[in-house]
Write a protein that binds this ligand. Structure first.
Ligand code: MRU
Length: 348
């Protein structure tokens, strides 16, 4: 399973349509950078690392279709495109981190425009490969935290679908399973878009890992009954002090875990760290359409009163004090996090 592939024949980015899963497995071809922006906004592709790499391919598509013949004019055009792609979703910093990486390459480039087109495509390919290698590496570190027989709560979807391949927090679980450990996963359904119930359950089924879907509010009760050993979730933006913005519900999950003395790990590649911010208070939290919350049918036509309103924050911030450790491709970091993250960022 690879979420993002380059289709050389069509000169397009081919992505798995995550809105269609699990009912239908189909791919969508993104032919232009505008297609990339649309796919990210509408969550056809989602998950912090996956949208970062799709954004880098968006830059390559913009260059490919550019009619500019002067290098400076093409560079100016690509800077504008970067704003459009980078602002498609606000919270996951991987998007801007990889766009900025691409812009840094563009800024120093001093050759022919056709060469720049080739180089940006190769850069996107390289970033895609690096994503997979990074995920395998961090999954090996994380799997050391999992014991045979563990019952794990997992939030949202952090698997192959949320990355180019293999996954982050779900990658850790997958690695432990591949190492022969017998584990069981409680899958938070993850309201309102149900990335857990739809996507994580679908992936776990492919890997043959036993699981049960739970409502997001169930984990505290399961913990009180002694049924949970560990909590793993991903990250969309990590501040330098180790505060983690992740899918809405992660904070309450961490609170329940700490109250029950259960370890909580956030798993992410270093491309999810925002070196510009020192605390989670500075993270912009995406608000999405209230219809995502209100569209509940429970087998009926509609269950909310007509005219009902909703607020729909897509992420929350788990303060570093609630996190047992951060799993990265450089190993597992334990608190205090600031200096450890700072050293990694400076050495990258
Ligand atoms: O809104 P989404 O589905 O893009 O949110 C995804 C998550 O919150 C994931 O847990 C996070 O991106 C980590 S993915 C490896």
């Amino acid at each position: 399973m690879r979420t993002i592939v380059w289709n050389e024949k069509q000169k397009s980015v081919e992505i798995i349509d995550q809105n269609a899963l699990p009912l239908e497995y189909k791919t969508v071809n993104l032919l232009t950078y505008q297609d990339v922006v649309f796919a990210i906004q509408h969550m056809t592709v989602r998950g912090a690392p996956a949208i970062g790499v799709t954004g880098a391919y968006g830059m390559a598509l913009a260059a490919l279709h550019s009619t500019k013949t002067e290098l400076d004019a093409m560079k100016a055009e690509l800077h504008q495109v970067a704003q459009e792609i980078g602002n498609a979703r606000p919270t996951a910093v991987n998007l801007w981190n990889l766009i900025n990486h691409t812009l840094a390459y563009i800024n120093q480039f001093d050759g022919h425009v056709d060469e720049l087109k080739d180089h940006l495509l190769n850069l996107a390919h390289r970033l895609a490969e690096e994503d997979v290698e990074t995920n395998v590496r961090l999954s090996k570190y994380g799997a050391e935290l999992i014991n045979d027989g563990d019952h794990i709560v997992h939030h949202c979807n952090t698997g192959a679908l949320a990355t180019v391949d293999y996954g982050t927090a779900l990658g850790v679980i997958r690695m432990a399973h591949e190492q022969g450990k017998k584990i069981h996963v409680y899958v938070d359904e993850t309201r309102p878009r149900l990335q857990g119930a739809r996507l994580t359950a679908w992936e776990l089924k492919q890997y043959g890992i036993p699981y049960d879907i739970i409502t997001d509010s169930s984990s505290g009760h399961l913990m009180q009954m002694g049924l949970v050993d560990k909590v793993f979730f991903g990250a969309d933006r990590v501040a330098m002090n180790g505060d983690v913005a992740n899918k809405i519900g992660s904070y309450m999950l961490a609170l329940a875990a700490v109250d029950n003395k259960i370890p909580v790990y956030s798993v992410f590649p270093v491309s999810t760290v925002d070196a510009e911010i020192s605390s989670g208070k500075e993270i912009e939290i995406e608000q999405r359409d209230s219809r995502e919350v209100l569209d509940i049918t429970l087998g009926k036509e509609i269950v909310v009163p007509s005219g009902a309103t909703a607020v729909n924050y897509a992420f929350d911030v788990t303060p570093n004090r609630l996190l047992t450790g951060l799993v990265t491709e450089h190993g597992v970091l334990y608190p205090p996090f600031f200096e450890k993250l700072d050293k990694i960022i400076r050495e990258e």
